[in-house]
Design a protein around this ligand. Structure first.
Ligand code: F6R
Length: 261
């Protein structure tokens, strides 16, 4: 696992976008794994900008999102389909049929099986973007999720429901169930970047980078991935013990690669 410590949240998005741009330039028909939530929004803005400037194209790209709420239609403003249309898909040259998000209104068991099959028939995910929950979840794999799990239905933890309540108005019913890619599914991505910013993520970042690998902190499974990059800002990195080492590696990497991270 490599750790990049960025000055602030904008720089986290910059380094994350740089990884995606590199991926799309070297393989224009990449399969991307995408996340929702607050963290990737600034990264998506940068990708939109790069696409407008003609530096990247999504014309041959396929995407698979991590998760979707069960029980809300994709037209619902809080569905992850709506989120992705608003924050990325409506602004780039991607074909709608190449964008995949689990469907929360279909039979969830069948939908989960089909989602796995679609990822496999697309050739697997080249680059997976992740955020992390304050409790260490990735996708909606809450603490105690099997580290080998596949796409399936999960019940959201009360903390996650509280954290995400900011997206729902008080008179709206907030779903407690979701379909999520499993941890085993996520781990099959050829490269993973996890982004985190803000001091409220500092405990989760400490646990995932330096803690023991445990189902109590699902993101800690990334310690087993051979190509995982964790990009955090200083606030999210503040509890890391080996911070000086990560900064040293970062300096050495920059020295060897020029300005490219
Ligand atoms: C979203 C997802 C979640 C979020 C996590 C962090 O598709 O899978 O795991 O990445 O809850 O959310 P934010 O970025 O809002 O802090």
């Amino acid at each position: 696992m490599r750790v990049i410590i960025a000055e602030n949240a904008d720089n986290v998005a910059f380094y994350g976008a740089q990884q995606c741009v590199h991926q799309l330039q070297s393989k224009p028909e990449s399969v991307l794994g995408l996340a929702t939530g607050s963290t990737p929004i600034a990264l998506y803005e940068q990708l939109i900008q790069q696409c407008r400037e003609g530096k990247i194209s999504f014309a041959g790209v396929w995407t698979f999102n991590l998760d979707e709420y069960i029980g809300i239609d994709e037209q619902h403003p809080q569905s992850y389909r709506s989120f992705m249309q608003e924050h990325l898909f409506d602004h780039v040259d991607i074909e709608r049929e190449n964008t995949h998000i689990p469907k929360g209104m279909l039979d969830p068991e069948e939908e989960s099986r089909e989602y796995e099959a679609k990822i496999t028939s697309a050739g697997g995910i080249d680059l997976q973007i992740l955020g992390v929950g304050r409790n260490g979840h990735i996708g909606f794999n809450e603490p105690t999720s099997s580290l080998g799990s596949r796409t399936r239905v999960k019940t959201l933890a009360p903390d996650t429901i509280r954290d995400n309540s900011r997206f729902f108005s008080s008179d709206e019913e907030q779903p407690h169930l979701a379909i999520t890619m499993g941890i085993g599914t996520i781990m099959e991505a050829r490269k993973i970047i996890l982004l985190a910013a803000g001091e409220n993520k500092a405990d989760a970042v400490k646990a995932l980078v330096e803690g023991p690998m445990t189902a109590m902190q699902p993101a800690s499974v990334l310690q087993m991935h051979t190509n995982a990059l964790v990009i955090v800002d200083k606030a999210a990195a503040q509890k890391l013990e080996m911070i000086e080492y990560y900064q040293w590696v970062q300096q050495e990497t920059l020295r060897l690669q020029g300005a490219d991270c």
